[in-house]
Design a binder for this molecule. Structure first.
Ligand SMILES: CC(C)(COP(=O)(O)OP(=O)(O)OC[C@H]1O[C@@H](n2cnc3c(N)ncnc32)[C@H](O)[C@@H]1OP(=O)(O)O)[C@@H](O)C(=O)NCCC(=O)NCCS
Length: 175
């Protein structure tokens, strides 16, 4: 594991996450303007319901979760969702990369993304995909992390009545 600032450990695999802790993180990141599936003012219960569904996916083995921080208070997470079946089984999707707003900019996001790629390789996946919200610094963040932009879906994300964003698609081929 990679030591983090303060001496704590790097990303770890979690197979039985706590829905409240994930909901707390997801809510804080959303309210701070993070691009993790909701507009900033989304109802808290919608976010907590999504967190509960994500926890169920992890517990059922449909998604793999990497986390930073304690079980009761997560500092950051990312999920790898392997494709299913003969056609999609060689690839995976990276979703919900998020770091606690007060800890952003210290390397944790990059560390989680690298850990996701290592995990995907361990799972036997050959490539990863992810999407990023336009109108943010995220596409540049993923480019700088070594991902390749492979597509752009114009106006694919609606954040409000007058706020349509492009969705950027990125790929990483694994060794
Ligand atoms: C995106 C996110 C996970 C990055 O995590 P982080 O811990 O802040 O990132 P790091 O500290 O590893 O940053 C690495 C580099 O990317 C840059 N960076 C991070 N987030 C960025 C952003 N939103 N826009 C532009 N640059 C960004 C950092 O400045 C840093 O640059 P440097 O290496 O030149 O110093 C974090 O900002 C976050 O949780 N955002 C809210 C949730 C979100 O939008 N997730 C994206 C889902 S697609």
């Amino acid at each position: 594991m990679t030591p983090r600032a303060g001496g704590t450990c790097g990303p770890r695999l979690v197979d039985a996450p706590d829905a409240d802790a994930l909901g707390d993180l997801w809510l804080a990141v959303t309210r701070a303007g993070g691009a993790v599936g909701f507009p900033p003012d989304a109802p808290e219960q919608d976010i907590r319901d999504k967190a509960a569904g994500t926890v169920a996916d992890v517990r059922a083995g449909r998604a793999h979760m990497l986390a930073l921080g304690d079980d009761g208070e997560l500092d950051g997470v990312v999920f790898v969702v392997p494709g299913q079946g003969a056609v999609l089984g060689h690839r995976g999707t990276v979703v919900r990369l998020m770091v606690r707003p007060d800890l952003q900019g210290k390397g944790d996001g990059g560390a989680l993304l690298e850990a996701a790629a290592r995990l995907a390789t361990t799972l036997g996946l050959e490539q990863l995909l992810l999407s990023a919200r336009g109108g943010t610094g995220l596409p540049e963040f993923y480019r700088r992390q070594g991902w390749t932009q492979v597509g752009l879906f114009p106006g694919a994300l609606r954040l409000g009545p007058d706020d349509l964003r492009d969705e950027y698609w990125f790929q990483k081929r694994l060794p």
